[in-house]
Each structure stands twice: as C-alpha cells, then as structure tokens.
Design a protein around this ligand. Structure first.
Ligand SMILES: *Cc1c(COP(=O)(O)O)cnc(C)c1O
Length: 399
C-alpha cells in the first residue's frame, strides 16, 4: 500500500475557485456589507448559523474566504483566517488564548515585533511570558506552569535560523493540555507545522506568500472551532479588534499564492548555492541546508523535501560597522537591496541587530548568540545566482 505524500501546492491546486461569471480568478467582492432577502437569514448569519451567507466584511467576505480556504488547504487545517498584517494574526492568537493571569512559553528568538509584544505589551493584561531556548526541550517543559496556555515558536527562527522540533514540542504541549502555536513565515510549503503536530499556524503573508513586497497581510490556519472563536461577534478577538484584510488585497495575494511553490524552490536553490560558495571562501555563514547547521538532520526529517531548505541565509561580519560597510557595497553593486523584510524576488539584506531584531535588548541578543555583525539575506529569485555571488565576493574585498 502506498500512502500519498502530503503536498501543500497540489492541495491548493485541487481547489476549484472561480468567478461569479466563470472568471478563472474568483470575483473580487468589493462590498463592506451584504443584503438579505429575509430578516430571519440575517439573524441566523449573525449567530454564525447560516452557511455561505456573508454579513459584513470585517467578519467575513467572499474574497477573504477564497484566500483563507486556499491557505487551509496548503496547511491541511480545517479552516483559515486572513488579516491586515502578520502581527495582527500573531497578537489575535495570544489575546484569544490567554486571559489575565495566564502564562506563555516562547522561543527567545522570534521576530522582533513578536518579542516586543510579548515582553512590553502583554504585561498590561497581566499575561506573563517565559522566554526559552526553543532547541532545549527540557527548558521548554520546565518553563510550563499550571497557568501556561501555549508554547510559541517559529519553525525556522528569526534571525538565527534555528529549527524548532515541532513533533517533540507537540508531544510536550499535548501532555500538558496546552496549545502549540507556530509562526511559519520563513518556510511556507517547506514545513507543514500543523501536520507535524502544531495546533495553530500563523503567517506574515507580507513575506514569501505574497512575495511582491506590495502589501502587508497575515493569516491564521487552525481548527473550525478556533476560527469560529476569533470571529465570534460577542467575544472574538479578530471580530472585536478588527484588523480586517481588504478584499482587493486578498484577491491579489491569492493569485500570488498560486506561484509560491515555484518561487520557494528557486529561493531554496539559490540559498543553497550561496551557502556552498560562502563555505568555499571561508565566510562565517549560517544555513540550515548545510550539514554543519546544528539542526540540519532535524530539518531533513521534518521538511517537505522538494521545496528545499529555504531562501534565508546569514553571515557574520562580527561588528555592526563591518556589516554596514558590506551592505553599502552590496547595494552599490546591485546584489540586491539593503532593506528589511524577506521573500522578495530581489535579494534583500539587513543587519538584524540594528533592524528587525532591534526591539531585542543588546544583552539579550548576545545571550541568544546573535552577533552584532549578523547580516541576514533573503535570497532572491536570481536566474544567475553565481553572478550574484561574484558581486558579493567583490563587495567582500578588503575585509
Ligand atoms: C515580518 C514578520 C512578522 C510580522 O509580520 P507583518 O506582516 O509585518 O505584521 C511576524 N513573524 C515573522 C517571522 C516575520 O518575518
């Protein structure tokens, strides 16, 4: 007996989503409110009981539903939900699952905004957070208290590119009856965290999923019940805080989602090429696709192989000054752009300590093993990545 392998891209492609008039793309529903023929149907819709009916676009709208359904297919979850930013998705999950007095265990290496929210914002609600080295499973388990509601991590962490052992973490959270929430922004399609045991998967779609750096958006993939809970008109966090995604945007993101599998393979191919060349010239680099990465074997066991090891790679220039000089030279030579964010078709690079992780105190950066000269690359879709490497090499002259 052969079991068919889970494939995120084929799952998206198996959906039949077409437009009202037979358009090959679903129609864009450019309406904030929806009309009803009977008063009773409107009432039922308010209480979430009228299947297929739409009420008001902050709650649901057809364009957002098409994108949410496609994302749920990609992850293998029952449901999806799309929002105005990745931070909206992440903060919605925290605020939905935790009440005052509750506790969260989080990886210390996360996106800077997530770290800032956990560290600086949640104390307002008397929600306590313990930060741990997520690769130390004993530390994770020890940090769990009776009030702990979830373990939070990124499948591939920002910016250290550690790999979270999702199956092992899931074993811990299940034993304690709590939720495992995973941010899969760096590795869509490469990892399927829900199938590896996560309860809730969150995304910044601003990055790889959209891939064009023309929009900010986020998503949650979870159970039907969780999506009903966050959209509940009486006490749902998404419904009441209201970070709705505009349907014009969600329809453009849906079209970009359909090329994600091709893009991820090219990003990964280029990432691997740069890693191999960096090794050859003796650069201090970090890439999970190389056998010298501490979680390389773990990643091999968890990944959907055909999508590769991803497009994120870091090098260590040791000091912020050296990092700055290299980045300015690379910008000048058109290696790519000196910019934060990732998942773009051009190569982007930034010094994490001074940008996307600047919310993390310098002492904590050092404690977690983040070099002040760390240059994080989001490798682009370059057709001739060897030519790009040669430009990087030229930029490195004199160091
Ligand atoms: C960018 C990013 C976020 C935040 O997403 P926004 O869309 O900018 O709100 C969260 N997590 C990770 C890993 C990110 O890279």
């Amino acid at each position: 007996m052969t079991t068919k392998k889970f494939d995120p891209a084929s799952n998206i492609q198996s959906l039949k989503q077409f437009g009202e008039f037979g358009g090959v793309n679903p129609s864009i529903t450019d309406s904030s409110t929806f009309t009803f023929m009977t008063a009773e149907t409107m009432q039922d819709t308010f209480h979430g009981e009228a299947e297929g009916c739409f009420l008001y676009a902050r709650h649901w709208n057809p364009s957002n539903k098409f994108l949410a359904d496609a994302l749920a297919a990609m992850e293998g979850t029952e449901s999806g939900w799309v929002m105005g930013s990745g931070m909206a998705a992440i903060t919605t999950v925290f605020l939905q699952l935790c009440n005052a007095g509750d506790h969260i265990v989080s990886s210390i290496t996360t996106y800077g905004g997530t770290y800032a929210f956990l560290k600086n914002y949640l104390p307002k609600f008397n929600i306590d957070v313990t930060f741990v080295d997520i690769t130390d499973l004993n530390a994770v388990e020890k940090a769990i208290r009776p009030t702990t509601k979830m373990v939070y991590t990124e499948t591939m962490t920002n910016p250290l590119l550690q790999i979270s052992d999702v199956p092992a973490l899931s074993g811990i959270t299940q034993r304690h009856g709590i939720q495992l929430v995973v941010d899969n922004t760096f590795t869509p399609m490469i990892f399927s965290p829900f199938l590896l045991g996560a309860d809730i998967v969150v995304y910044s779609m601003t990055k790889y999923i959209n891939g064009k750096n023309d929009a900010v958006a986020g998503a949650i993939c979870a159970s039907n019940q969780f999506v009903l809970d966050i959209s509940d008109v009486n006490d749902g966090t998404a419904m009441l805080l209201g970070p709705a995604l505009d349907p014009l945007r969600s329809s453009s993101i849906l079209k970009n989602l359909h090329t994600l599998h091709i893009r991820m393979k090219q990003h990964s191919k280029n990432g691997m090429h740069l890693a191999e060349r960096f090794k050859e010239i003796g650069l201090k680099y970090n890439y999970p696709g190389m056998p010298d990465h501490p979680q390389h074997e773990l990643m091999k066991g968890m990944m959907n192989e055909e999508y590769g090891f991803g497009g994120m790679i870091a090098i260590d220039m040791e000091t912020p000054e050296r990092a700055a000089a290299l980045m300015e030279s690379m910008q000048f030579k058109n290696v790519g752009y000196h910019a934060v964010s990732l998942g773009y078709f051009k190569t982007l690079f930034s010094n994490s300590g001074k940008s996307t992780s600047s919310e993390v105190e310098e002492s904590v950066q050092l404690e977690m093993g983040m070099s002040p000269g760390l240059v994080r690359f989001s490798v682009g879709l370059d057709n001739d990545i060897e030519a790009t490497f040669q430009l990087i090499k030229e930029s490195l002259k004199g160091f």
